[in-house]
Design a protein around this ligand. Structure first.
Ligand code: ASN
Length: 337
């Protein structure tokens, strides 16, 4: 009996959404020129016979898209399916195969709204499976290994790329041509080597079980848009986004989320009209925006995104706005999550 429980494999469901990990190119030399979202989940799983030693793995095709085309409705659909599976007694862990372009957004979204301590791992690849030295197979093997491990429970949504275990909150795609594409300004949580996880640190921010957000209570996501800042920027994009109905605008700012003097008056005006203004930074290695530095946020009633990059700030703003439109509450959430 004891031997039986020791060797009992975890049940892991692979939810496939498309991306390069399901991509196919014309020749093995095509590492960057290929079509994403071509290969079905059954074929992905069948391509790695070693998975059967890690877990009882079954697949579900939730969608088949390149991740740059993901919509808020897609996010909600995926989030609801993850929640159903997490509630199921015969599921121990969930793996989501995903395109890498918006992987960090989906991972952060799930990290905020899934009320479970079961492992949820989001994984992609930088090269299609048809390419020489394709990375998807090992990334997926590692994802299933982490999803089936008890040690991964309660650590929030995780990402396994390039042998590293990253926090879904922190991780970001930093370069688009290397397999070493995903980094976090604060470092990975661990490593996965030959199917075994090695942990070094824990996420400090609220997530999953400890989150005040629940996918089951979210009917729709409000419109939150991003405007990019640079030298000689005008206020045209900000005004247009507000006019098209944005409830919040993420300012993808320079440096410490700084705002051009050409844009400040428009943002003050938009805030008076009820649009939330959230200052983030688009610096490459990870921004760190502080309140009332660069701009008087208290005076203007603006919010800062702290270390969240613009695309992650959009995710938190959408989820937060389903609960409150109070800027002080929004700011609290931006510190806590
Ligand atoms: N490497 C990738 O997965 C890129 C692809 N465009 C996607 O996000 O679906």
């Amino acid at each position: 009996k004891e031997v039986e429980t020791q060797t009992k494999l975890a049940n892991v469901v692979v939810l496939a959404t498309g991306g390069t990990i399901a991509g196919a190119g014309a020749s093995a030399a095509n590492s960057a020129t290929y079509q994403a979202a071509k290969v079905g989940v059954e074929q992905l799983i069948a391509g790695i016979p070693e998975l059967s030693k890690l877990a009882n793995v079954r697949g579900e095709q939730v969608m088949q898209i390149a991740s740059e085309s993901i919509t808020n409705d897609n996010l909600l659909q995926l989030g609801r399916r993850v929640a159903e599976l997490a509630d199921s007694k015969d599921v121990d862990g969930i793996v989501i195969t995903h395109g890498t372009d918006t992987l960090e957004e989906t991972a952060y979204f799930l990290n905020l709204v899934e009320k479970t301590d079961k492992p949820i791992i989001v994984v992609g690849s930088m090269r299609p499976g048809t390419a020489m030295s394709a990375d998807g197979m090992l990334n997926l093997y590692n994802a299933v290994a982490v999803a089936s491990s008890k040690d991964a429970r309660g650590k929030g949504v995780l990402v396994t790329m390039n042998d590293e275990i990253q926090s879904g909150r922190d991780v970001s795609k930093m370069i688009n041509i290397k397999t070493e594409a995903f980094k976090s300004a604060w470092g990975p949580l661990g490593m996965v080597v030959e199917g075994k996880s090695y942990w070094f640190r824990l996420p400090a921010k609220r997530h999953t079980m400890d989150s005040e957000f629940d996918i089951k209570n979210i009917k729709s996501l409000p419109d939150v848009e991003i405007a990019y800042s640079y030298g000689n920027v005008s206020d045209t994009a900000y005004k247009a986004l507000a006019q098209s109905g944005a409830k919040a605008i993420i300012h993808a700012g320079t440096g410490n989320g700084s705002v051009s003097s050409r844009v400040v008056p428009a943002l003050q005006e938009l805030r008076k009209e009820g649009v939330q203004i959230i200052r983030s930074s688009h610096v490459n290695a990870g921004g760190f925006v502080l309140r009332n530095a660069e701009q008087p946020d208290d005076k203007y009633d603006w919010v800062v995104a702290h270390d969240l990059n613009p695309q992650k700030a959009r995710i938190l703003a959408m989820v937060a706005l389903t609960k409150t439109n109070d800027s002080k509450e929004l700011q609290r959430m931006f510190w806590e999550y």
